[in-house]
Design a protein around this ligand. Structure first.
Ligand code: AMP
Length: 391
């Protein structure tokens, strides 16, 4: 068990908190502040416990000097200050005497945010010198950046090795509790819904869930490699030729645990304006591609889901970015929103779909980490969490 906030004494201590402030920006304005909102409980806890709070995060992908102009965390400091109703000191560097002095001058309860950790080349390389340097500025380290916990970077993993003590924040604690419980000790039946483009990206999840879930519902582009493996002609649908044998082995192992679409909305072209029609699996025309699950599949999936007591969902049922192929994803989302069950969305596209439909508050939990929650569901250890001190 990893240490949590309750295990550490923060009184008058300098505390480095790794947050996930990787917010979407448009023309320099934050378009969704959810990631900032999610880490507020941890920051407020630390304020109440008289810590001297030093926040850090990455923002976007920094490849050139030019990128740095558009990826400053200053906008986050302004937004955070509004949300906390308290001044947030912003330091526009990641190293050096300006930062060191500002941290040393902090009073208990004050909050400081320093510049984008990815402005340092050593961040994504998990450079030990950089990690040691950031650790040297503080007494304690709190990781609350679930969205980047699957990456071993200097500020997410390295730094934890060089501080006096460390723990996870309230957001990571919540993610581990809810997703961890659903995997280890679920209320059954546990139904997993796995969709998205490719089988190859979901192999680990399917592998792990085959041992845990009572049913695994498959949708999205990856369904067609399975249907091909079952002997159906899939026209011009997405196919991973080199995964057909793997799909066959899953089907053989799973008995009736794996549930595949029985019909699809097919189109002539990969376009929202294309002619479209629903076809059963054994009738798919050779010149059309499946871009969404069909009406019979929606009915079938809804009838499986209505008895579920725990549902984990990762990946859309079709090309939901195009309105004509979003029906399956929307129907599954609506069905889950109305279930009397523990419902967990594993971040990414499925979370976006739930938000778009206005169902965000109808789920037990929407994970803040797409990649991180996927790796967690694969049964992998997340390096940013592994590095934290044990109880
Ligand atoms: P992933 O990132 O693996 O969860 O995949 C999400 C992507 O899969 C979305 O951009 C969808 O448009 C895409 N997708 C879902 N269903 C299909 C399909 N039937 N054919 C092609 N792409 C699909």
């Amino acid at each position: 068990m990893k240490k949590t906030l309750n295990d550490l004494d923060f009184n008058n201590k300098k505390v480095l908190v790794r947050c996930d402030f990787n917010v979407p920006l448009k023309d320099g304005i934050i378009t969704d502040d959810n990631r900032i909102v999610q880490v507020l409980p941890t920051i407020k806890y630390l304020i109440e416990h008289n810590a001297k709070i030093v926040l850090c995060s990455h923002l976007g992908k920094v490849k050139t000097e030019e990128d740095k102009k558009n990826l400053s965390l200053k906008v986050v400091a302004t937004k955070l200050s509004e949300l906390l109703n308290q001044k947030v000191i912003f330091i526009d560097v990641t190293k050096g005497s300006k930062l060191e002095m500002a941290i040393n001058n902090l009073e208990a309860g004050q909050v400081l945010l320093f510049e984008n950790t990815r402005f340092e080349l050593g961040e994504t390389k998990n450079d030990a010198e950089l990690a040691k340097y950031w650790a040297s500025l503080v007494d304690l380290y709190v990781n609350d950046a679930f969205g980047t916990a699957h990456r071993a970077h200097a500020s997410t993993e390295g730094v934890a090795h060089y501080v006096n003590d460390s723990c996870v924040g309230l957001l990571i604690e919540k993610e581990l509790d809810i997703i961890g419980n659903a995997l280890e000790n679920p209320k059954r039946p546990l139904v997993a819904i796995i969709g998205g483009a490719k089988v190859s990206e979901k192999i680990g999840v399917i592998d792990n869930l085959l041992n845990i879930a009572d049913k695994i519902i498959i949708g999205g582009g990856m369904a067609y490699t399975f249907l091909k493996a079952m002997g159906y002609e899939i026209g011009a649908s997405l196919l991973e030729e080199d995964k057909i044998e793997l799909a066959k082995s899953y089907l053989a192992k799973a008995n009736d645990k794996l549930v595949l679409p029985i019909d699809s909305i097919c189109a002539k072209e990969f376009s929202n304006d294309s002619f479209k029609e629903a076809y059963d699996n054994d009738n798919m025309p050779s010149d059309m591609m499946g871009l969404d699950i069909g009406p019979k599949t929606i009915d079938k999936y809804q009838s499986i889901l209505k008895d579920a007591k725990t549902v984990i969902w990762n990946g859309p049922m079709g090309v939901f970015e195009m309105s004509n192929f979003a029906t399956g994803t929307n129907a599954i989302c609506e069905c889950l929103a109305n279930l009397d069950a523990i419902t967990i969305i594993g971040g990414g596209d499925s979370a976006a779909a739930a938000k778009q439909l206005g169902y965000s508050d109808k789920f037990t939990h929407i994970s803040t980490g797409g990649g991180a929650s996927l790796e967690f569901m694969e049964g992998k250890k997340l390096p940013g969490i592994e590095a934290i001190a044990n109880k």
